[in-house]
Design a protein around this ligand. Structure first.
Ligand code: S3P
Length: 428
């Protein structure tokens, strides 16, 4: 990390593939008979958990450089896994797979790491049980998850929170029911499942927060090209905006409007960020140029924008610390249920750098002031990839090394993160 101090960051980057899209391509590929080619998938800890689970259900997955090939006998031929499925740190694998397995009427047991063992699964169990699924949880809330065969029926469900994982678990379970499942979303959450299900031939529509899926259509194998993950791109983009002398371009990144809330926040702050959309078919894709901007303005965000930037809030908190005005995030209580309680983690760790917060149950205000890091300050990453990467960026911006307890969780979503930063430094 020391080599990145007292540097500028310049040049062009392609970040690794989108995590959410890679998970879904593996799952839909396993449900569709035939061969699904996934171009530029994200090869990370989390997506490998989904890959291994698809193999355990009977799909073949071949991993080549820049391409994964899923060959499946089709949903009806998939089988119960021989042993407990291990989902590691991945909430997306755990929640979506519960819906998928319940929909297939198979028996399975599923568990993950220490963080997954503390994440609420009753949010998927409730609607799936309403469909008729037989799912048991530890203390009626947590993994291990036990799924037993049951016949499912369609439901009409109003989601209590905006969650793409809950929505997707219901849609996966609804695929093989007779009739139409209707889901009402309180705010638009990421819509990769809807886009990809349509591509794979499902009878699905989404309009004004209402998603309708008619069960019974077999999915057709289809090729998926995975764009770069905006949630990964957020780190070098914020680095460029905050670091004097820096200017970077991120190419081929997802600009899906259900994910691009951070770009709206950068615009509110007056950051020098330019966006060019290169494709709008299915998933929107484009290029983002970001350059150092002094005197950033404040922001006050809540409501519908929150699900559009939920995973970026740790790095947005750092951005806020460099604003000349107060910045507030509300309606983000979902952050308390991520890989760690991200409101707690952000406040506890960034407070060590002299950043002043007011905490709310559903967010925080960052007050303007001087960021000052003492050399080698010990900080905790909570085994949470996005907290760790945010702390690394904060150290680079201050040109002050810090001591993070463990950085290995970066590989959950952004293998090659440090190498990419090094590349941008060399090009400066
Ligand atoms: C994801 C949905 C979001 C997000 C997570 C990935 C997905 O979680 O935070 O990183 O791929 O569906 P929620 O559905 O819990 O909001």
């Amino acid at each position: 990390m020391k080599s990145l101090m007292n540097s500028k960051f310049n040049g062009t980057l392609k970040v690794p593939g989108d995590k959410s899209i890679t998970h879904r391509a593996l799952m839909f590929g396993a449900l569709a008979a035939g061969t699904t080619r996934i171009h530029y998938p994200l090869p990370s800890e989390d997506t490998h958990r989904t890959l291994e689970c698809m193999r355990a259900l009977g799909a073949e997955v071949e991993q080549k450089q820049g391409e994964w090939v899923v060959t499946s006998p089709g949903a009806a031929q998939l089988h119960a896994p021989a042993k407990t499925l291990y989902t590691g740190n991945s909430g997306t694998t755990t929640r979506l797979l519960t819906g998928l397995i319940a929909g297939l009427g198979l028996t399975a047991e599923m568990e993950g790491d220490e963080s997954i063992a503390k994440r609420p699964m009753d949010r998927i169990q409730r609607p799936l049980a309403e469909m008729g699924a037989d799912i048991s949880l530890k203390d009626e809330k947590y993994p291990p998850i036990i799924i037993r065969p049951a016949r499912l029926s369609p439901i009409s469900y109003t989601m209590p929170m905006a969650s793409a994982q809950v929505k997707s678990a219901i849609l996966l379970a609804a695929l093989y029911t007779e009739g139409t499942t209707v889901i009402h979303e309180p705010s638009p959450s990421r819509n990769h499942t809807e886009i990809m299900l349509e591509q794979f031939g499902a009878d699905i529509s989404a309009e004004d927060g209402v998603i309708r899926l008619k069960g019974g259509n077999a999915l057709s194998a289809s090729d998926v090209t995975v764009p770069g993950d905006i949630s990964s791109a957020a780190f070098p983009i914020v680095l460029a905006v905050l670091k004097p002398g820096s200017s970077i371009t991120v190419e081929n990144v997802s600009l899906n409007s259900t994910r691009s809330g951070i770009l709206d926040v950068l615009e509110m702050m007056g950051a020098d960020v330019r966006i060019e959309q290169t494709s709008s078919e299915g998933e929107a894709i484009g290029t983002v140029h970001a350059s150092h901007t002094p005197n950033l303005k404040g922001f006050d965000i809540s409501g519908d924008i929150i699900p559009r930037l939920i995973d970026e809030i740790p790095i947005i908190a750092l951005l806020a610390a460099y604003s000349t005005e107060a910045c507030t995030v509300r309606d983000a209580d979902e952050l308390r249920y991520k890989e760690t309680d991200r409101i707690r983690a952000v406040i506890d760790e960034l407070s060590k750098f002299g950043i002043s917060f007011t905490e709310y149950e559903d967010g925080f205000t960052v007050h303007p002031g001087q960021v000052s890091i003492e050399e080698n300050t010990p900080v905790k990453g909570y085994n949470d990839h996005r907290i760790i990467m945010m702390l690394i960026i904060s150290s680079i911006i201050s040109d002050t090394p810090i001591e993070i307890d463990d950085v290995s969780a970066i590989d959950i979503s952004y293998p090659g993160f440090m190498e990419d930063l090094e590349k941008l430094r060399k090009e400066a």
